[in-house]
Structure formats: structure tokens, C-alpha cells
Write a protein of this length. Structure first.
Length: 239
């Protein structure tokens, strides 16, 4: 992967970040449209997989009996996430970036669908609704808000911006209140991640995404939304 050399502003050559000096509105709006078009397709695929794993009884029973599906998809998810997050070459080179992002999305969809199959149908629907509301509110807030340029942290290497992403698995605890606390903290943390990542895409921060980094922008926001869903599902799905 690319190992960025961090300069005085915390931005290296391999980093997806740059200081916000590209103010061409047409370029920025094209970038934003591209990112959100990709995210929409990713979420459509993910919702489709979750619906199939939740509402189609034979499929639901199959994935419940075969936990290996979850672990296999998690392995694929982790590898593709790290490649896309850490390696500038594959992330920017068409069509490999689209192929990798497609594999990543399918793997995360299978992971999330397998998790959803373990919960009641109404809990899955409620979690979807709450997640949609949270994502819409955060996005609208970020579109309407110009964050003060001083309120920023140095840009970090891509994989370090979201150190929790690949590590967040459902918390297998037998202590219900501890599980609820974990899920609540996770939901809040990834809502904050979502707000931060959306600001980076919109260019509302001192350090913003490079205009070529539409894959990285879609990757981070999509991952935030899916993790918010899984944490909320753990909260509303508790018996």
C-alpha cells in the first residue's frame, strides 16, 4: 500500500486528503453527486440483501444455520476495505476501484444480512427506519452548516481515520445492559463519524477529500451508515 509521508499540515502524498484549496463549485458539485450516486447504489444492494435474508424464509434459515457465510464475508470485507482505504493506486485506478468497491459492498451486504437474519423482522424494519432518519438528518445538517475552519484535526493516513471500522463486530456478551451500552456508544460514535466524513466530502473542513477520491468518500460514508444500522439493530432487537 501507499505509505504517505506526513508533512507539516499532516497530509502525505498517498493520503486521500488535501487542504481545501479547490473552490471550483462545478468540480465540487460533480464530486458530491458522484459520491452520493455510488452510496445510493451501495445502500440499494445492501437493503436488497438484508430484505432477502430477512423476508425469504429458506434463505433466512440457511444463513442462520451456516455462520461460515458471515466469517467468509467478513474476511473479504476486511481485505477489500484495507486495500481501498490504504492503497491509493487501486482506489483511483478505473475499473479496479469499481470492482473492489463492488466486492466490498457485496461482502458487507452479506455480513449485515446475516446479522439481520438473527433478529425479528419488525426489529430490522425499525432499525432501517431509524438509520434512514439519522443519516438524512446528519446529511441535511452538514449541507446547511459551514464548520469553522479552525475546528479540524490533522489528516491521518486513510486507515487511521476510522480505526474502529474493521474491528466493529457484534458484541457477544451475556450481560444485557453491557451490550446495550456498547451498542449505544457504537451508534453515537458512528453517527459522529458520519458527520465528519460528510463534512470532508462537502468540503466544509480545512482538510477535505481530493477531487479524485470519490471512491474513498463513498466507502467511508457507506460504512458509517451500515454500522449505525447494525448498532441500532442490536438496541431495538433486544428481547
Amino acid at each position: 500500500g501507499v505509505s504517505p509521508t506526513i508533512g507539516d499540515d499532516g497530509i502525505g502524498e498517498g493520503s486521500p486528503y488535501q487542504t481545501a484549496d479547490w473552490d471550483d463549485r462545478k468540480v465540487r458539485h460533480t464530486f458530491i453527486r458522484k459520491v452520493y450516486a455510488i452510496i445510493s447504489l451501495q445502500l440499494l444492494v445492501t437493503v436488497g440483501i438484508i430484505a432477502m435474508f430477512t423476508f425469504v424464509s429458506p434463505v433466512r434459515s440457511f444463513v442462520q444455520r451456516n455462520v461460515a457465510i458471515y466469517y467468509a464475508s467478513y474476511a473479504v470485507f476486511l481485505v477489500t476495505y484495507l486495500v481501498l482505504a490504504c492503497c491509493q493506486g487501486p482506489r483511483r485506478r478505473f475499473p479496479w476501484n469499481i470492482i473492489l468497491l463492488t466486492i466490498f459492498t457485496l461482502a458487507m451486504g452479506l455480513m449485515t444480512g446475516t446479522i439481520a437474519s438473527m433478529y425479528r423482522t419488525n426489529a430490522v424494519l425499525i432499525a432501517m427506519l431509524i438509520t434512514a432518519i439519522v443519516a438524512i438528518i446528519v446529511t441535511i445538517f452538514c449541507f446547511q452548516t459551514k464548520v469553522r475552519r479552525g475546528m479540524t484535526c490533522p489528516a491521518l493516513p486513510a486507515a487511521c481515520q476510522h480505526p474502529a471500522h474493521p474491528a466493529c463486530l457484534p458484541f457477544p456478551t451475556q450481560v444485557p445492559w453491557l451490550h446495550m451500552v456498547y451498542a449505544a456508544i457504537g451508534a453515537i460514535a458512528f453517527t459522529l463519524f458520519l458527520a465528519y466524513d460528510t463534512q470532508l466530502v462537502l468540503g466544509n473542513r480545512k482538510n477535505t477529500l481530493n477531487p479524485e477520491e470519490y471512491i474513498y468518500g463513498a466507502l467511508t460514508i457507506y460504512t458509517d451508515i451500515v454500522y449505525i444500522f447494525t448498532f441500532i439493530l442490536q438496541i431495538v432487537g433486544r428481547d
